[in-house]
Ligand binder design. Structure first.
Ligand code: SF4
Ligand code: SF4
Length: 282
């Protein structure tokens, strides 16, 4: 469960508008938008040349996929800053195919065997890289297409390069260890980006806390974590947890960040036109 565990369960995905539906998945290659949080974000909508993705006039709407318009071209995969878009092909008789964003080094090569991981980071089995795109238009996000074992197309959401599955390893991850649940990231956890909008690392936040910034607002003022486009919706809880860990207190004792209007980003065109902001946006 996303709120509790930090990753989406299949049942949650099936309820969001980015899910193309089981029927479409059974007959065609199609994009799936595993985007379940109402954050101000919409590059996927503009990225699709077929008009298959709709966010709509409210930038916080969840994106919806129209499976009939989607050709599975994969253009949208690298455009999602949340790395939430995948293209799935479940129609092959002997394997499934998953196209996913990949932002780590080293990059895999076509034909290379890689370890397939699920949404938790737990090992599922071996896959083979079919194709990798490092197009300039994708900035530095590679798009990797992987052939995965039949039946795992809805499960595999990451790969580990140079991570060939060794005999016995799968049995060892049936009950994944805490370490196994961690997503791939920088070798030094201090370099992990906590605030992706302002690119603030864990180390910078820990240093600010140790220098006396013991509230989310104080960390924000010192480091800019939470001042970016998402206004702390993504990093705020992590900053609270880091403060709680450093102080040895429960997270509930850390005061939440102050909310100041506009509570949600408002397009300049709304002000220019003198439109009323809808009640549920106030
Ligand atoms: S895979 Fe291609 S056609 Fe389908 S939603 Fe993404 S960009 Fe549009
Ligand atoms: S670009 Fe990604 S994170 Fe943003 S709305 Fe689209 S699917 Fe969600």
């Amino acid at each position: 469960m996303l709120e509790r565990d930090g990753y989406l369960e299949i049942e949650e995905i099936e309820r969001i508008p980015g899910f193309p539906g089981r029927e479409a998945l059974s007959r065609k290659k199609v994009a799936i938008l595993e985007c379940a949080q109402e954050i101000p974000c919409d590059p996927c909508e503009a990225a699709c040349p077929r008009g298959a993705i709709t966010v709509g006039s409210r930038i916080t709407n969840l994106p919806a996929i129209d499976p009939e318009r989607c050709t599975g071209c994969g253009t949208c995969v690298a455009r999602c800053p949340g790395l939430a878009i995948f293209v799935i092909d479940l129609t092959k008789p002997d394997h499934d195919v998953v196209t996913m964003p990949y932002e780590y080094l080293p990059l895999p090569e076509a034909g290379q065997e890689v370890a397939c991981l699920d949404r938790r980071g737990a090992m599922l089995g071996s896959g083979r890289v079919k194709r990798i795109s490092t197009a300039k238009a994708n900035d530095r996000t590679a798009v990797v297409t992987v052939e995965v074992p039949k039946g795992l197309g809805m499960e595999v959401r990451a790969i580990r390069v140079n991570g060939r599955v060794l005999a016995g390893e799968l049995e060892g991850v049936k009950e994944p260890s805490k370490e196994g649940l961690l997503p791939q990231g920088p070798e030094d956890p201090d370099d992990m980006l906590i605030c992706r909008c302002e690119e603030v690392t864990r180390k910078e936040i820990i240093e600010a806390i140790r220098e006396g910034a013991v509230t989310v607002d104080a960390v924000k003022r010192r480091t800019r974590a939470g001042m970016g486009l998402c206004q702390g919706r993504n990093c705020g809880k992590t900053v609270s947890r880091l403060i709680a860990e450093e102080l040895g207190k429960p997270v509930s004792s850390v005061p939440p960040a102050s909310k100041r209007p506009p509570v949600r980003p408002v397009k300049l065109s709304v002000f220019a036109a003198g439109e009323d902001v809808p009640d549920d946006d106030k």
